[in-house]
Design a protein around this ligand. Sequence first.
Ligand code: GRF
Length: 192
Amino acid sequence: MKIGVLGSGKGSNFRAILTEIEVGRLDVEPVAVFSDVEGAGILELARASGIPAHVIREPRFRTKLSPEVESDVVRRLRHSGVDLVVLAGYMRMVKAPLLEAFPRHLINIHPSLLPAFPGLEAWRQALEAGVEKTGCTVHYVDAGMDTGEIIAQAEVPVLPGDTAASLHARIQVEEHKLYPSVVARFAAGELP
Ligand code: GRF
């Protein structure tokens, strides 16, 4: 199974997927990585692994891609033979071109137990709300913000003395286990 990865940041979830592939626990082939942020760590990770790294240039919008730019991403994903699109820290809303090209083959990871705390800095939202536990969620992507059907979740307790940074770090530890495990279920034909 060929995967395409979209991310805007450091790419630690992508790194976790790469690690599972390297140790032989995950049988997928990352064939293309895209980022809307030119210097993003996720692009460096791809290049270091010999995976084609693409910069998405979007001059008009900050929170989404214009239809022609997103359609070009779709074209390049298809050209690479991508079966499953994995959003790993991709910070824009996904629109019709991608949604229609990869129905139920487009997934995201979010740092909360959805439907609680969609949107930005979900770990900080959880801390400020005073909940006892939060976590992370892998879900199908739809047109809403973090509203797609939930595939899998992992819980993380909020500990006394937690800061936004310490809580986010512990959530990421769980993300790095959860995301590769869900991708493996696609590879095994258990999903979608
Ligand atoms: C993660 O916390 C993920 O849940 C959210 O964005 C962050 C990406 O981190 N969607 P990384 O780039 O994978 O390190």
